[in-house]
Design a protein around this ligand. Sequence first.
Ligand code: AMP
Ligand code: MN
Ligand code: MN
Ligand code: MN
Length: 326
Amino acid sequence: MAGPLGGHCVYTNGIFLTEFARSASHNGRAAQVRAKHDADATHPLGKIAPMSPFDLHTHSTISDGTLTPTRLVQRALARGLDVLALTDHDDTGGIDEARREAEGTPLRVLPGVEISVTWESRTLHIVGLNVDPGNDTLAAGLAAIREGRDVRARRIGESFAKAGIHGAFEGAKRYVTSERLVSRTHFARFLIERGHARSMQDAFKRYMRAGRPGHVEHAWAALGDAVSWIHAAGGQAVIAHPARYGLTATRMRRLLGEYRDLRGDAIEVISPSHTLAEAEDSARCARVFGLLASTGSDFHDPDESPLDLGALPPLPMGVAPVWSRW
Ligand code: AMP
Ligand code: MN
Ligand code: MN
Ligand code: MN
């Protein structure tokens, strides 16, 4: 789809803009949306909101997002995106619906998933792009993770009860939009409803961190399994929001070395979980470890999410975009 990174670069908003990203976002339909943003001084990324034609990390009601796959695709079209990856947590069940909605439109929907992984006692997220949702190996792995989520949710409910907050499991269940998947996001929405937290961020800060009632020990998939399921399903593996895990430099290098040895393909460089400095650092990591670079809004909800679909600055200079292999 995309050409290689071209020679000319311009410097904008603290980030080098590649000639490819510049021409894509200036000449495509995204340019029209960008023009609207230019007048919006309240956008979190500043007066001139960036706009990427690619958004490779998003959620729907199939996991913890609040828009159905259909509504998500409609929003992506309205915002002028060219490529949208639907990457629900541990489930590919929304892909058929999203693709049907995009049929006959200029939007390309990529089948994706965001797999929950435990690596060295920490939870990491590995996005799979271009996965075949019908692949048995991937489907079986994801089904096993979802079963673990049900068990964990009951334990989280018990943990809240011990802390004096009763009915959390049932309360979270009322926010679940797919019977196949319960997440801490659903608990957080219940906590906000009950006045225990003001916002999503606040709920996570107060209740979901290690040592708080919303955090119970849980073993997700192994890193090597997640990468191999994604590859078995014909996809590319991407470490989601790498700077969010609070890893030391040593541990980050160990993770990236191991990941490269597992034939992991890419890391997310642009993410709402990253500051611009962390995006630059992630880009350096991609260059050093020979990994491709991805970009995604991690969109969940129009009000809750810090970034709207495609509201992403361009990739820093010198990294190869994950789409350069498509
Ligand atoms: P789970 O996979 O059930 O552990 O839930 C993780 C989800 O919680 C993530 O995918 C995010 O949607 C959400 N989340 C995690 N940390 C935060 C945070 N600090 N603020 C808001 N949402 C968060
Ligand atoms: Mn989520
Ligand atoms: Mn994630
Ligand atoms: Mn996500």
